[in-house]
Structure formats: C-alpha cells, structure tokens
Design a protein. Structure first.
Length: 451
C-alpha cells in the first residue's frame, strides 16, 4: 500500500466500479438520494444527511447485517466531505498497515489541511489492543474513523474507542426496498441490466427479495445471475419457474457464534415461554435451516424444561431428553421431527420457574452466608467416636413414624425456617403446594408431640 502522498487529489471517485465488477458494485448508490431504506439515517431529517451537509461528520461505527449499506454510506460520507477515502479490511490487513496509513494521514493533514476518512471493514476482527492504535489519531482529528461491523459493537469494540464514535444502526432491507433496487438495476442502461432485453415478472422479483433475506448485495447479484442464465438459454422472460432452476435454496443470514445466533435462540426461548407453539416451531425451523447444530437446540430445550416448565409438568424434562436421544439416534432430517415435537410440547406445557428460583436463591445463600455446620441430628455416624461426639443424636427414621416424617430441622440452625422452593400456581405444582403444606403440618405435629 503506497503513501497517501503518492495519490493525486483529483483521483477517481472512491465508489467508481471496476469494469466487469458484479452488479451490486456497479449499482452502488453514489449519493444519499440514491440510497434505499434507512430513512432515520439518510432521510431528510436523518443524522447522517445533516452531518454531511454541515461537514461535521464524527467518527462512526456502522452496525448492521450484510448488504445493509455500511460500505456504501462510508463512501458517500467521504465524497460528501471531500475527505481522502482510505478503505481498509481488518480481515486481510494487520495493525502495522493501519499504523502506516494513519501516520500518512497525520502528515497529509499537517501538510495540506486535508482530512482522511479511514474506512475499516469488519473492524471487530481487530482485538482490543489493536483497536487502541486508533485512539490518538481519532482524538487529534487526523482521521475520521468509520468502522463497519456485523457484530454488536458493545461486545466487540473496547469502551475507549466506542466512546469516541457514534454508532449508526442499519436495518436489513425490507422486501419492497429490495424490489425497488432490482427494478432500478433492470432499468439502468449505463450501470445495470437495461440492455439485457429480459422481462422479469413481479413474481420473480418477489421471490428474489425473499431469497435475499434483507441483503441488497445478495439480491442484486442473484438478479444478475438469473438474468444471465435466462439470456443464455434464449428466454425473453424471467419468471418464478426459471428462477427456481437457477437458485435452488435460500441462504439465511446467520452466524452461529455472533449476534444473529443469540437473537434467534432468544426468540425460540421466549416463544416457548410465551406458550406460542407456532412461533416456537418457526424459530426452530429457521435455526435448523440456517445450519445450527441440532444437538445445541436439543440441549437448550432440555434446559428450558427445567428452567421454565419445571415441576409444573414433570413430564417435560423426560420429553426433552427423549427428543435429544431421538435426534442423536436418527440424525437429520428424520430426527428434526423429534425436536419439533419437543418444542410444541414445551410451548403448551404449564409454566413455572419455581425450581430455577429455588436453586438460584439457595446458591446465593451458599455464596453469601457462612458455611454453617450440618445439624448433629442428620450427620452420619459410622464410628463409635462420632456417635460419642453426638453425630446422629436424636435422629428419627421417618419410615418408623405414623406421619412419615421425623419432625427434624434439616437446615443449619441459622437458616431454619428459610423457604427456597415456593411452588407456582400452575399445573402439577398446585398439587405439590398442597403436599408441601401437608408435610409442614405433619412435621410441626411431630415436634409438638415429641417435645
């Protein structure tokens, strides 16, 4: 990578596509007026439009899914503010190259008074220490840093850098917005497919929009592929049937270790908790179709069976374990039906988080309170010495009593009377609450009788 001083000030526009580049690059918007979607960012009252017009663009982090316009907006910002545009990829470049570019930017600003917009794609790929290298240059104003990431910046960027940038959240494009972009490409003779002499039906455009899952780049490149295939085969129309031959499957936006992974598993978990089987089965199918490990989903539903159903339906845990075992034995696709069965069962089961709360309360007590000794009456006494020391003294064997309880206090003395498990009001726990009250009454009666 050469010095910034080697590049002429009247260089080609940063968004000029190379000959033979993909349709998505050729159709990249050249101004905010050409951008489709993101009205809160680029609309008449949008933050970015005002910042460009006033030439007061701060360092930015564009956070959004693939194809939402992160690189496009960075290029438009550079063009609108007359800054030198320096693109950079954290995937293929290291911090050494970044430092060299930033040093050049500092000299350029000192010598010519011209700022540099440093665009770092996939900025989350730099570790926390590497991100610190940007700080002094951003603080002095040598560069305007524009980072792009598909990952949540609050998790992936260090606090010092994040505090010096404005996070701009970009949404995935709606199907109608993708259709607008594709129609524009079909009509454009200079950069688009206007000379292709192929008529694309409304149904095909709608299908392409669904296939793209909100990704503008994918929508345009799929359109180009489909049009080229239709033209090669001599067809004059691209309809849904022709499209189906070209594009076989839908590629869902998904990252098994990133933001979207946690969004989807959260959606599944909360749909189950809300007792909504239709939403639960949809999110399960969505994750499986996107390539999630089915055994991960099986484990999460086992956890849900204890955390959110618990003893309101004691059959939920065996059902979840059976589904896990069934998938392990059958594999895909047959085993996926067992996971679907578990999801529907859990969604329709009565809910209780009493076990979850009871265990959490007990854990907090263990962590926060002194480790009190075990009451002498319920200690094991396998030796004569231990018996002489009082181990097991006053223990009552519950099976030898007419009430079935010995009236013992089994918690440490400082915790006697503490209640960790409080049954819920749904399902089988209604009966458990009655049992709990009955055993407490029996213990109290036994204590009074033996006192």
């Amino acid at each position: 990578m050469g010095s910034l001083f080697d590049q002429p000030l009247d260089r080609p526009e940063p968004d000029a596509p190379e000959a033979g580049s993909p349709l998505a690059d050729r159709m990249r918007p050249r101004s905010l007026d050409e951008v489709v979607g993101q009205p809160e960012v680029v609309g008449p009252n949008g933050f970015l439009r005002r910042a460009i017009e006033e030439d007061r663009v701060p360092s930015l982090i564009f956070w959004g899914p693939p194809g939402s316009g992160k690189t496009t907006l960075a290029r438009i910002v550079a063009r609108g503010t007359a800054s030198h545009f320096q693109p950079f990829s954290a995937v293929i470049s290291g911090i050494k190259e970044v430092r060299r570019v930033m040093d050049d930017a500092a000299r350029l600003r000192k010598a010519q008074g011209r700022g540099t917009l440093l665009f770092v794609d996939e900025i989350h790929r730099f570790n926390r220490a590497q991100q610190d290298a940007f700080l002094p240059y951003v603080e002095r104003g040598d560069i305007v840093l524009v980072g792009a990431t598909t990952e949540n910046p609050s998790f992936e960027l260090n606090a010092a850098l994040l505090s010096r940038c404005r996070v701009v959240v970009l949404a995935q494009l709606a199907p109608e917005e993708l259709i607008t972009l594709m129609r524009r490409a079909l009509a454009d003779r200079e950069r688009g497919l206007g000379d292709a002499a192929i008529e694309v039906t409304d149904g095909a455009l709608e299908a392409l929009a669904q296939l793209a899952s909100g990704d503008a780049r994918r929508a345009l490149n799929l359109l180009e592929l489909a049009v080229e295939d239709a033209r090669t085969s001599g067809a004059r129309e691209l309809d849904e049937e022709t499209l189906q031959r070209v594009v076989q499957t839908k590629v869902l936006r998904y990252d098994k270790s990133g933001e979207e992974h946690f969004n989807l598993i959260s959606a599944l978990h909360k749909s189950l908790r809300e007792s909504d089987p239709d939403a639960a089965i949809y999110w399960l199918a969505r994750m499986l179709a996107a390539g999630e490990d089915p055994l991960y989903l099986a484990r999460r539903m086992v956890r849900f069976a204890s955390e959110d159903v618990g003893l309101a339906d004691p059959r939920a845990l065996p059902q979840a374990l059976a589904g896990w075992d069934a998938y392990h034995r059958l594999g895909s696709p047959e085993g996926e039906l067992a996971l679907a069965q578990v999801a529907i069962y859990l969604a329709l089961a009565p809910k209780s988080n009493s076990v979850y709360r009871a265990y959490g309360s007990a854990r907090r007590t263990v962590e926060e309170r002194p480790a009190d000794p075990v009451p002498m009456s319920i200690r094991n006494a396998p030796t004569r010495l231990m018996k002489d020391l009082g181990y097991g003294r006053d223990y009552v064997y519950a099976h030898d009593t007419d009430t079935g309880v010995g009236g013992l206090d089994c918690l440490p003395e400082s915790l006697q009377g503490e209640r960790f498990y409080r049954p819920g009001e749904h399902g089988f726990e209604v009966e458990l609450a009655e049992r709990l009250e009955r055993f407490e009454r029996l213990r109290e009666r036994t204590r009074r009788r033996d006192s």
